[in-house]
Every structure is written in C-alpha cells, then in structure tokens.
Write a protein that binds this ligand. Structure first.
Ligand code: BGC
Length: 420
C-alpha cells in the first residue's frame, strides 16, 4: 500500500435498529403487514420489477414468502448485542455505527421507556469497554405509532417532537458518545415513503415529499444539531447522506442536463440547506446515478444481488467532490453490497480501499470507513432476501457466521494499520 491511513482512522461496520434488533413496535412493523401480502403475491405470480432489478434476479424463493417482509425478530440483536460487539472485536474493528429506535425510547408520547434507554446504555458500555467507538444515529427511519397517527413526518409538531427525543438521547448517552448522526439519508426516506410510495407510509405526493424532505427534515436536523452541541460541546455532529456518483461518458446533451439537475437535487440541495450545522459529513455510498436511477443506458458493469451496478472505485470521485464543495471532514458511514454468495465483496473492499487511499493522498480529510453492514439484516421493502452482511445470519436461528470477506476486511485493516 502506498499511502498510510492515519493512525487514528476509524475502521468499522454499520447497522440500524429496525434492521437488526427485532421485537419492535413502530410504524414500519404496522406497514409491513400489508406490504408483505402485496409483495409476496406479486412475486408468486411471477411479477418482475423493471426499476433497479435486472429481470429475474429478484425472483428467488424468499421473495415469494410473506415472512420475508416482516421484520419480526430481525437479527435478534436486542438479545445478541454482546455477541455482535465480540464480532466487531474479532474483526479488529474500532468503530460501530448503530441507530436508536425512536419507539423503543418513546413508546408513548412524552413517556420514555427506562428499559429502552438501558438497552442502548448497555450497548454503548459494551462497545466502549471493548475499545470500539460508538457512532450513534438518532433516527434511521421508523417512528413510534403515536407519531404516525399524528401525521408522521408531516405532523405540524414533528420538529418539536424530534427535538425532545434528541434531548433525551443526549441526556442519557451524551457523556459516552462523541459522534452523532442526526438523520439517516433524508432523501431516501422521504423519496421512498412520500414520493415513490414504495416504503412506509406509502404516500405518493410530490408536495408532501417536498415538505417532508426540504422543510421538516432540514428543520429537524438543524434543531438536533443545536441540542446536541448545547449539551455536549465536544461532540461531533453530522448527517448520513446518500450520494450518487456522477460520472460516465457518452451521454447526449439532453441527458447531461438531466443528470446535472438530478445530481443537484439528490446530492447537493439538502447539504446546502444545512450548511453551518455540520461538523463532518457522513457519506453513504452504493451506486452511480446513471444506471441506477436514470437508466439511460444498459452497461456491462457487474450487478449486485439487488441489481445495482457495482462501481466501488467511483466513491473516489464523490469524496473529491465533497472536499471541493464543503471542505469538511468525512467518514463513510455506509458502503457495501448485497452479495449472498460472497462473490464480489472482497473485490468491492479492494476497490474501495484503493479509492480511499487515492482520496487521502489528494488531501481529502477522510477519517473512517464503516462497512454496511455488520450483519445480514432486514432490507426494508425488499425484506430479508438481500444479504449485506460481513457476517451471515441464519434466518431461523439467528446464528452468526463471519463470511470470508469479513476476514478479508480484517486483513485489509491490519495491513492499513501497519505494524505496531
Ligand atoms: C440505508 C440502509 C440500507 C442500505 C442498503 C441505505 O439506503 O441507510 O438502511 O439497508 O442503504 O440498501
């Protein structure tokens, strides 16, 4: 390796509460029931998605079952969190990004659950006593049922509610957590839930989408930023933002303009709106714009199980672009692929390491990499069939087994850290 990663670089993995904990009761657990019926029937009848999935790829047995779409016990991390921390440790990692489930903390409006708070306290304690830095996401999508009844992200009180919730988090975890992500992927949660209608709460309305994304989530982030900084002035606060790579040649004039406009709305607008309320940027990176969203041309790149064109090195261009536009420290808070057979993950990691090295060499202030995901988990509207884990999770027993690529990641990290 030509460039040394900084000595204090964070190497880790990421998860989110709803996707791994199990035993939750939030708006998603409600929404899943109907979705599970519709979706499993759709695939049973031989239905195919034209958007994102290459024909045939999704048509696997699990996608036809109702249970696939019910988060249920998920990866049972509520009970197995200590084992998960040991997995991180065995992989030689020093950072873990997890999220707090709002409904576990505030199952009833204004009433906070001691048990819920204790769970996350224990998790954080367990991480720290094993030398693993916690990266806490305040909100990774589901909301408590009482809030959904009040209009969810469209509620006129949503900003205030979120402020109070974050207040409780800071009061309880502030002493032990330095790195905070307020919100995960504002455009994905609002776009899929309020524009495409493919995820909870299943609304398709551009005005509602706009209100949720560019008004409410912006205000929620800014308020949360202020609350966290007030109580914990030494904390570092960010958002986790999904960005698309925007490169590729051979487009006509019209396509280039569309790409520019789309790129501006997806990648830049939200970040512009919250400028000044960010200590660093959390980058979630999976795919490039042209094949996966705009679908202008079919290309020859390999595709992951979920159908996204794989071009891991292109994260380099995203990192460079972020440096140019915002000049803030960056940590990769999500990056990975659905790869059940573990065919491509090693290659993906190699390419990503190369991209990170090149970016570091060119002065990008990158201070960590958190792979998505530590565990196979509940992949939202697609359910359990896509497998993103460095660690495989048995669907029946929830037994964990580290994949070969997990051990490979460990080796890469050891090499990057160098001797001593
Ligand atoms: C989300 C994760 C999700 C991952 C893979 C991101 O959009 O933050 O929750 O599992 O992508 O689809």
């Amino acid at each position: 390796m030509s460039v040394k990663f900084p000595k204090d670089f964070y190497w880790g993995a990421a998860t989110s509460a709803h996707q791994i904990e199990g035993g939750l009761k939030n708006n998603w657990t409600e929404w899943e029931k109907e979705h599970a019926k519709v979706e499993s029937e759709f695939y049973k009848k031989g239905g195919k998605r034209s958007f994102n999935y290459p024909i045939g790829q999704v048509n696997i047995k699990e996608a036809c079952t109702y249970e696939n779409y019910i988060s249920g016990k998920a990866a049972d991390s509520f009970n197995k969190y200590k084992e998960d921390v040991q997995l991180l440790k065995e992989l030689g990692l020093n950072a873990y990004r997890f999220s707090v489930d709002w409904s576990r903390i505030e199952p009833e409006k204004g009433k906070y659950s001691k048990e819920g708070i204790e769970y996350y306290k224990d998790l954080i304690k367990e991480l720290k006593s094993n030398g693993i830095e916690p990266f806490l996401t305040c909100w990774h999508w589901p909301i408590p049922p009482w809030l959904e009844e009040e209009g969810g992200l469209l509620s006129k009180n949503i900003v205030e509610y979120f402020g109070k919730y974050v207040d409780i988090l800071v009061e309880n975890f502030g002493q032990d957590v330095k790195y905070w992500m307020t919100i995960n992927e504002p455009l994905v949660v609002s776009g899929s839930g309020y524009l495409q209608g493919t995820r909870a709460p299943g609304i398709k309305n551009i005005f509602k989408f706009w209100r949720v994304c560019f008004i409410n989530l912006v205000k929620m982030h800014k308020l949360a930023y202020g609350v966290i900084k007030e109580y914990c002035p030494n904390s570092q606060v960010a958002i986790s933002k999904n960005l698309f790579g925007i490169r590729g040649e051979g487009y006509n004039f019209f396509q280039k303009i569309i790409k520019k406009i789309f790129g501006y709305f997806w990648n830049d607008l939200f970040l512009h709106k919250i400028e000044g309320s960010l200590d660093f940027i959390g980058l979630n990176y999976y795919a490039e714009i042209e094949t996966d969203i705009l679908n202008f041309k079919k290309d020859e790149r390999k595709r992951s199980d979920i159908g996204w064109a794989m071009d891991p090195y292109s994260i380099y261009y995203v990192l460079k672009d972020l440096k140019k536009k915002y000049n803030l420290p960056i940590i990769i808070t999500e990056n990975g692929l659905a790869d059940r057979e573990d065919k491509y993950r090693k290659w993906w990691l190699d390419e990503t390491f190369r991209a990170m090295e090149d970016a570091l060499e060119e002065g990008v202030d990158l201070f960590g990499y958190l792979h998505w995901s530590l565990l196979d988990n509940f992949e939202w509207s697609e359910g359990f069939w896509p497998r993103f884990g460095l660690v495989e999770v048995d669907r029946e027993t929830c037994e964990r087994r580290t994949r070969e690529s997990g051990y490979y990641y460990k080796k890469l990290v050891e090499r990057a850290n160098g001797p001593g």
